[in-house]
Write a new protein. Sequence first.
Length: 671
Amino acid sequence: MTQPAAVDVHQLTINTIRFLAVDMVEAARSGHPGAPMGQAPLAYVLWTRHLRFDPADPDWPDRDRFVLSCGHASALLYALLHLAGYDLPIEELRRFRQLGSKTPGHPEHGLTPGVETTTGPLGQGLGNAVGMAIAATMLAERFNRDDFPLFRHRVWTVASDGDLMEGVASEASSLAGHLGLGRLNVFYDDNRISIDGPTSLAFSEDVARRYEAYGWHVQRVEDGNDVEALDAAAAAAAAETARPSLVVVRTHIGYGSPGKQDSAEAHGAPLGPDEALATRRALGWPLEPTFHVPEEAREPFAEAAARGAAERRDWLELAARHRARHAASAAELATRLEGELPEGWEGRLPAFDEDGAAIATRKASGAVLSALKSVLPQLTGGSADLTPSNNTYLEGFGDFSAGDRAARNLRFGVREHAMGSVLNGIALSKAFIPYGGTFLIFSDYMRPAIRLAALMELPVVYVFTHDSIFLGEDGPTHQPVSQLVALRAIPGLTVIRPADARETVEAWRLALANRRVPTALALTRQKLPVLAETRGRAREGVARGGYVLSDPEGAEPQAILVATGSEVALALAAQRALAGEGLAVRVVSLPSWEVFDAQDRAYRDSVLPPALDRRLAIEAGSPLGWERYVGNRGGVLGVERFGASAPYRDLEGPYGFTVEEVKRRLRALLA
């Protein structure tokens, strides 16, 4: 009797991954099959031999992180999650890229179990991975004890040619090498194909040597189908603890497709019915049914999941012993992982009691950080080489470096985009409140990362100083005009532009208490008076996004001046001048559009009564968007051209930010 041929489980499982990806893309009639087909052996090795995970608890704090930086290869990740036993049934794979499915075109954190971060914009995932490695290193330093190694996890990342072409990846990789992030392992899918054709059209550098220059540990695997070589490289990467690791893996996009392997046609479109059948024949895969998963292909993943489950159980026992031995440390860890803040933190917020005292809101922000640095150990962050200007340094807590893992200040260098992406990775740990500072004008450099923070609902705080033309002498290259409205256009981002030091304290209170959205603080370079009118009102007013700062005495208001930031003081001065001329005017401070818009209609109408429709908005930025608050019968005093280099006081007149100009415009509205 003829014995059945032995099943090559490795190859069977790899082909299962490949054809699940092919079938997803064919069913959706859109997607990217080529990268998953080439990366399948690498993914198989990582997930079945190296990655520590437990699908029963996708948020286990000490799990390894897997980041698919090339998010267009999402079908690969969904196939892996399904095979590994996550809550992603085959029906969801059949609904790839369809409305309401858990298998969107690019991976989305918070939607699909097991997806660690939202990727797709190339380079972002790699930057997130750097942040994850920083967080893992900081957690280990803070909480590990000799007998309690609570945090041992690593970050495993797959990146494409496109990822490594992006500037954000270069910035983040340079930083990772400088910091010696040994917990970070990146596998570079070197398939040499992009959408336009061969990468040689625009990309000829020696990536391995570039990463060696960054200070990384670099290996090469010449055959991306060589399972044992991939396994050995992954083991060597894990063994390297002093440097991040890059493994250059030579793969073939669309592997197995007779007509499309190694071509751009395999990148971003279905193989097509005929080519899909030809590929099945070429790799010895059943022609029917689609979404075929042999039971043998589940076994390696089931074994890996079982190992992970055992490790998680061991970790839970370790954590229980840690609580018994180190109660205070364990309580801090639990508080941080649950996104809570320690009792009494609000009592440490600084108070600015001297009405009229002049202080820049950037300085007031620095005072908040200084006051909270000891009571909020989860606060960590820094600046893109503007620390003294942004006032973001936590005195006494050192600079995080290869030689000091306990420090909490991050030196990002002149790398705004990487800073934003790294902050997202840190926030994804759930154990930190990360913040990053730069000038408001340079928010443009990090906008993609800010947008993804909003999409993922991450509690990142952006300290954007030098918030208007009134930063002065640095001139129009550094003076933001369109940045405020651009940030306000990002769904889910809270933008706060405080009027004085008291509002700045409340802006930080709001940012820290709201753990589901990122917050952008727009702060002044120039000194502003501490407004008498904010005393006793700023806390509730900022918490509601806007409030009546000053009403006329003994008269019903005839008009409203509504302003943000440094222009609130101008509105108050204009109110006083107008009162002397017999005009009764209300002044509204509106530090956050997003928070104000979230209030109920009754409150919003109490601040901006519909019948009181003569309104002038005052803000040293683009007037776009203000129409929602001033209506058809109101106006906006804004900035619709670039700034100029001059002492900031010299800019007030030419740009119209004077009491006389406010009076003139308001009288015109009332005429």
